[in-house]
Design a protein around this ligand. Structure first.
Ligand SMILES: Cc1ncc(COP(=O)(O)O)c(C=O)c1O
Length: 405
């Protein structure tokens, strides 16, 4: 793969950070944007802008067409069966809140159980916590093993005849561990338990096929996938989305409104209340084109090479402790250095132009288990190279010098 040419499509890499070339290792937080996505947003605002799904003038019709075309592009990209299975939201967080509320209101009762895992991001715990409070439901956490992996047997152990939902991450945003989705979904399907996959970290790195994966809901965060901020994609099986009530009320999502009765639009419009992100949706089609042109198989392959190089290199870097050792892993490495707070690591690395994230990565349950309040995290995108890892490694060594470790 010609990474130099791929990288040249991202204007941000022309910038120097503290006098150094940018080594961006924070894509699990948010990826950088290719020029085509940025251009598509300004082109839309300059030439095609109007609100969607409302007026009948030329601009409104054009904008609506572009918006709906993106739904088709996404449907094909993730191999959903129907275009109606694609709902636009504000992000993965809103998508999970939508399902927790909508599904929870309709299908959950006191004492019903939700299975999560100890790896979950707060976005895939807090919405279920609200539901737990509202419905007196029970949340069970599947425990990670010593490698910080989730295994199907642990899910099996927790399933009971009260289990009404299994919600878990595709790829952990702390360990990079890839969950055994097929085994877990086969098990859940055999017991008719719906499964929600938090695909926030999965979608940018792994080829998706909703019909093969077989989950009931899959959430995607566009800003982590080379797309615009403030946009999420919720995939839901049509049979569910047709059954679920709307999550938010407002313009655009209704069929008919009277003083005493309201009827709602069909799926997916009933879940898209108010003025939607328009330029963002339209520009997301360019992000998908970018990913498809390279090919997700090639992206995964390239990122895995860089990841394995990073693991080997950091293992040799004395005093760096890698967090977790999952057998199947993608794109994320978290680590600690004894005696240096992760925020100090991130600050010192930044002096050399190296952008990583430090903190609990919105995974306090996992960090509590690890017995540390925070870790440092380097995460990859298609633009990263082994040279980036060399710079990271040297910057970490410098860090140790600064702290005399
Ligand atoms: C695993 C995981 N789930 C959910 C989210 C939240 O995504 P969004 O920013 O789209 O709400 C993140 C963001 O960091 C994440 O890493």
């Amino acid at each position: 793969m010609d990474i130099k040419s791929i990288k040249s499509q991202f204007p941000i890499f022309k910038k120097k950070i503290n006098g150094n070339p940018l080594v961006y290792l924070d894509s699990a937080n948010s990826s950088q944007k290719p020029k085509a996505v940025i251009n598509r947003m300004s082109h839309f605002y300059e030439n095609e802008f109007s609100n969607v799904g409302r007026s009948v003038h030329t601009l409104a019709v054009t904008a609506t067409n572009r918006f709906e075309e993106t739904r088709d592009i996404i449907k094909d990209f993730i191999n959903a069966k129907y275009r109606e299975e694609i709902v636009f939201t504000k992000g993965a967080t809103e998508s999970i809140n939508l399902i927790a509320n909508s599904y929870g209101d309709k299908f959950m009762n006191e004492g019903d159980e939700i299975i999560l895992t100890e790896l979950e991001h707060h976005s895939n715990y807090v919405p279920w916590h609200y539901l737990r409070s509202k419905k007196k439901a029970v949340i069970k956490f599947a425990k990670v093993n010593e490698n910080l992996e989730i295994k199907v047997d642990e899910i099996k152990r927790l399933i009971s005849n009260k289990t009404k939902m299994i919600a878990l991450t595709h790829i952990s945003n702390v360990t990079g561990g890839i969950s055994p989705l097929k085994e877990i979904i086969d098990l859940a399907n055999s017991k008719k338990i719906p499964v929600l996959i938090d695909g926030t970290q999965g979608a940018p790195h792994l080829k998706l096929d909703m019909q093969k994966i077989g989950c009931d809901f899959y959430v995607i965060s566009c800003h982590k996938m080379y797309g615009p901020n403030g946009l999420g994609i919720l995939y839901g099986k049509k049979k569910w989305l047709d059954l679920l009530p709307p999550y938010q009320g407002g313009g655009g999502m209704i069929d008919e409104v009277k003083k005493n009765t309201i009827s709602f639009a069909e799926t997916p419009t009933k879940f898209e209340a108010g003025t939607m992100q328009t330029a963002e949706v339209v520009a997301m089609s360019e992000a998908i084109k970018f990913v498809k042109t390279i090919g997700l198989d090639r992206i995964s392959d390239h990122e895995n090479k860089v990841l394995n190089y990073a693991i080997e290199k950091l293992k040799k870097n004395n005093s760096v402790k890698l967090i977790g050792n999952p057998e199947n892993k993608a794109s994320v490495i978290s680590f600690t250095i004894k005696g240096i707070h992760p925020h100090d690591i991130a600050t010192i690395l930044d002096e050399d132009g190296v952008a990583i994230r430090a903190g609990h990565h919105c995974c306090q349950i996992l960090h509590e288990k690890l017995g540390v309040p925070a870790t440092a995290r380097a995460s990859l995108g298609v633009y990263n190279t082994k040279e980036d890892i060399d710079v990271l490694d040297s910057a970490i060594k410098k860090c140790r010098k600064v702290f005399n470790i």
